[in-house]
Design a protein. Structure first.
Length: 347
């Protein structure tokens, strides 16, 4: 049954490419004026971070997030694994450790067999077990299009919390996964991806960003986020904006998924790539078409974006080596020019 049904044919978007464009989201939230309701909320909406952080006691904090989207691959089990890994990433991106998760499921009961929804949840269980946490319940609705995700609760020592607002001039910028997930998942949706590429991108998206909890323990790590629907430049601009800095990235050092070049050259890209670029272009130099396709590509369960003090780079690299984590050095943090966040691109 699952071989005959392609989940991506039942949704208008896919993965984090479903996100509302940054400019539209900013307009939507502008008049709301979220603010901490009491002194216990340490991280809310004001820094554009991946999760909310609440003080638990003098040493510990509780971290809370939710993330869900429509199918990004056709296999329901893989869809569940990816959606769960993507939601768990928000806890890791704050320097935390997940404690438990609950499901958020929308399913078109009259269009898709309920057995496929069971496979989605089974996939999410796989990711949660990999993270060492229970999938403790959830909520479901009969929806026009399928979607799935998690609400996740985590914890961390207060001193380990990393946010978008901590980057400092001189920091080195590192990335933990190559780019191009949005391009390749669009190729999957259009039935143009080879089995080898499908396997490669699924493996990448189901890899947990668990290194974030180790980065949280490093005082030399000043800022951290994960790269998802707003693309590399969008999430780096969030760091620049809230840290009141600028950035330079090295185009030749930007990692891309092996085998992606034919898809890039064919012009395959998700719709949100152009929306991302339109939202950020005032903060960017003129980009080539290839740079737009990669730097503004919406990632789903993408890598961690980390800024590290120069004196802490050796320790940071040693921690990654100890845990078998590959990282790419892609740029540096610079001072503001004319009080504006901006990204320079070299090479």
């Amino acid at each position: 049954m699952t071989d005959k049904i392609r989940l991506t044919e039942y949704s208008h978007g896919a993965g984090c490419g479903c996100k509302i464009a940054p400019a539209s989201l900013e307009q939507m939230l502008q008049s709301v004026g979220f603010a901490p309701t009491n002194g216990q909320l340490l991280v809310g909406t004001h820094t554009g971070d991946d999760a909310a952080v609440m003080r638990w006691d003098e040493r510990e904090v509780v971290i809370s997030t939710t993330d869900f989207f429509m199918p990004i691959v056709d296999d329901p089990y893989d869809f569940g694994r990816i959606a769960a890994a993507n939601a768990l990433s928000d806890i890791y991106a704050m320097g935390g450790t997940p404690m438990m998760a609950i499901s958020i499921l929308g399913w078109p009961i009259k269009k898709l067999p309920i057995e496929l929804a069971s496979e989605v949840i089974r996939g999410a269980l796989w990711s949660c077990r990999k993270a060492g946490i229970p999938l403790a319940g959830g909520h479901s609705i009969d929806a026009p299009e399928p979607f799935y995700g998690l609400a996740v609760t985590g914890r961390a020592p207060r001193s380990h919390v990393k946010t978008n607002s901590g980057a400092q001039v001189g920091d080195h910028i590192f990335l933990t996964k190559p780019l191009g997930i949005g391009v390749l998942t669009t190729a999957i949706k259009r039935k143009r991806a080879t089995p080898d590429i499908v396997h490669k991108v699924v493996e990448l998206m189901t890899t947990l960003n668990a290194m974030g909890r180790h980065y949280g323990a490093l005082t030399s790590v000043h800022a951290m986020t994960d790269v998802t629907g707003f693309g590399l430049v969008g999430h780096l601009l969030e760091i620049c904006r809230h840290s009141e800095v600028a950035a330079q990235i090295y185009w030749q050092k930007i990692p891309r998924i092996e085998g992606i070049d034919p898809y890039l050259e064919a012009g395959i890209q998700p719709g949100n790539t152009a929306k991302n670029y339109d939202s950020y272009r005032q903060y960017l130099p003129p980009l080539t078409e290839m740079q737009v396709r990669l730097l503004c590509d919406p990632q789903t369960s993408g890598g961690l974006l980390v800024t590290v003090a120069p004196e802490g780079v050796d320790e940071f690299l040693q921690v990654n080596t100890q845990h078998g984590q590959q990282v790419w050095h892609i740029g540096t943090i610079e001072a503001h020019v004319e009080g504006r966040p901006r990204i320079r691109i070299e090479g």
